[in-house]
Each structure stands twice: as structure tokens, then as C-alpha cells.
Ligand binder design. Structure first.
Ligand SMILES: Cc1cc2nc3c(=O)[nH]c(=O)nc-3n(C[C@H](O)[C@H](O)[C@H](O)COP(=O)(O)OP(=O)(O)OC[C@H]3O[C@@H](n4cnc5c(N)ncnc54)[C@H](O)[C@@H]3O)c2cc1C
Length: 251
């Protein structure tokens, strides 16, 4: 039996225009203050890494798959922020817009062009690293699961297999792929011929839009959900069909 997933926290179509900061306060200070001002709970200090933090380099390298983009000559982020809640993701979007800071979103870090952790043009930039948002909640009765963007596809397979010997999710082969980048890129794997792409089996998503609103399927509308899951369509095959699980109608 094939599983459906609901995907938490895609940051989609978030376009930030860089602007130079006009104050003399540093980007990390400005950003940290803005985060606190816009968060319901205080921001733990261990979630913000500046280039002065002792673990900055190890966090930067932790999931990066293309070592070329870690060379000293390659631009580095002002901050790596590892949010613990959806409200902190929301605050990041609001603050980045307000302060004119470019954001790179990283889930599993498998982007070979380094897009999730390097910005060679936009400056200053920060990394929004979703590695701490990785909860997986499997509901066998409805054959569905809510999965946060920072979880890996291997963790999803494992959590499903813990609960059932006959369920699976059709996605990629490399178990360290992050859900956030993998699903929005299509997610092909060995069950593709029978069950389609991972993206075909997404039935809901919670996103933070460019205005900092948290939206689910109902709030964002079917068009946007289809567009999120059709990112692959634009660049690859030119064909993808999405069937609504409830009505069985093509979207
Ligand atoms: C070793 C290896 C094996 C692979 N095997 C497969 C495979 O079997 N099947 C397959 O389909 N693909 C495969 N891929 C490709 C892989 O699916 C893509 O590179 C995918 O984008 C990686 O997602 P990530 O979250 O790990 O990467 P990241 O580098 O974190 O993100 C990739 C892109 O998605 C964006 N992004 C990340 N998180 C989010 C989010 N939450 N919301 C919005 N945008 C986000 C990033 O900004 C970046 O542009 C493989 C890649 C590698 C390096």
C-alpha cells in the first residue's frame, strides 16, 4: 500500500530582494532582535550561529553535499538559524523582508549547486536550516503522515516501517535526502512506475508564504498546492497529474 504524506514547512516562492542595511548595527544583532520581537516564545541562543560561534563551521558543513561550496573563497552566511518551531520560520521570513536579508533554505543539504547554503550574488544572506524541524507523525489508519521539512526520507521510511510491513512511500533512494528539497523537486525512486513521484502523493502542506503567513491546503487553495508540488514539472517532463484523494478528480 502506498502512503501519502503531508508536508510541513515548505518555504516556497519566497523572493527576497537584497538591500544594504543602513544602520551600523550588525546583521546578526539586527536579525536576532527582530526574531525575538516577532516570536511568541524567546529564541534559544543555541539556535543562532554567527561566524564567531565555535560550531559555525561544523553546522555549515553538517549536511552540505558539494564540498566545492565550502571552500574559503566561497561567500559564507552571516547567520545560520536552526528554528525549533513553525513560528520561528514565520519570524525569519518577516525579519528577512524587513531587514533586506537574503535567505537560503536548507533541509537535507543535497543540492549539488549549493543553492541551499551559498549565495554568490545576494548579500548579506543567512541560512535557514530546518534540520531541527524533523518530526514525523504516522497514521496507519488513514495511510498518511505529517512530516516536517527537515526530516530525511530515510527517517520517513523507517517510521512507516515501524508501524506497518505493507506500507511504503514512493520517493528517492538516498536515505539522507531532506523532505523539504526532495519533495519540492519531485522525488523519484524505485516505486515510481507504479505509484508516481513522491510529490504526486502529497495531500497537504503547511507553508510560510512571502508575507509570513502560515497556510495549509485549505488556506492556500488547490492552485498553490499544485504549484508547490509541480516545481518539477516546469523543468522536467511537462506532465504531472494530481488526483485529489477525496474526490478522485484530477486537479
Ligand atoms: C547523493 C544524492 C542522491 C540523490 N538521489 C535522488 C533520488 O533517488 N531521487 C530523487 O528524486 N532525487 C535524488 N537526488 C536529488 C535530490 O532529491 C535533490 O537534490 C533535492 O533537492 C535535495 O533536497 P534536500 O532537502 O536534501 O536539499 P537542500 O540542499 O536542503 O535543498 C535543495 C533545494 O530545495 C530548497 N529547499 C530545501 N528545503 C526547502 C523547503 N523546506 N521549502 C522550500 N524549498 C526548500 C533549497 O533552498 C534548495 O534550492 C539526489 C541527490 C543527491 C546529492
Amino acid at each position: 500500500m502506498v502512503f501519502s504524506i503531508k508536508h510541513i514547512f515548505s518555504l516556497v516562492s519566497v523572493l527576497f530582494l537584497s538591500a544594504s542595511l543602513t544602520t551600523s548595527v550588525s546583521v546578526p544583532e539586527n536579525f536576532a532582535k527582530c526574531l525575538s520581537d516577532n516570536s511568541k516564545l524567546s529564541i534559544p541562543i543555541f539556535t543562532i550561529y554567527t561566524n564567531k560561534s565555535s560550531s559555525f563551521t561544523s553546522i555549515l558543513q553538517s549536511s552540505a553535499k558539494n564540498l566545492r561550496y565550502l571552500l574559503p573563497s566561497v561567500p559564507k552566511p552571516e547567520i545560520i538559524f536552526t528554528p525549533l518551531t513553525e513560528f520561528q520560520v514565520q519570524a525569519t521570513v518577516i525579519c528577512a523582508r524587513k531587514l533586506g536579508i537574503h535567505v537560503r533554505v536548507r533541509s537535507g543539504g543535497h543540492d549539488y549547486e549549493g543553492v541551499s547554503y551559498v549565495s554568490e550574488i545576494e548579500s548579506p544572506f543567512i541560512i535557514l536550516d530546518l534540520a531541527r524541524l524533523r518530526s514525523i507523525s504516522v497514521d496507519i489508519r488513514s495511510s498518511s503522515a505529517w512530516v516536517q521539512a527537515g526530516a530525511t526520507i530515510g527517517e520517513v521510511y523507517y517510521r512507516i516501517a515501524e508501524k506497518s510491513k505493507v506500507h511504503g512511500f514512493p520517493a528517492g533512494l538516498c536515505t539522507t535526502l531532506g523532505i523539504g528539497g526532495h519533495i519540492t523537486g519531485g522525488a523519484y525512486g524505485s516505486m515510481m512506475r507504479k505509484f508516481g513521484l513522491g510529490a504526486d502523493n502529497v495531500i497537504d502542506a503547511r507553508i510560510v508564504d512571502a508575507n509570513g503567513r502560515i497556510l495549509d491546503r485549505k488556506a492556500m487553495g488547490e492552485d498553490l498546492l499544485v504549484r508547490i508540488m509541480c516545481l518539477v514539472d516546469v523543468t522536467n517532463s511537462g506532465r504531472l497529474t494530481y488526483k485529489d484523494r477525496d474526490t478522485q478528480k484530477n486537479l
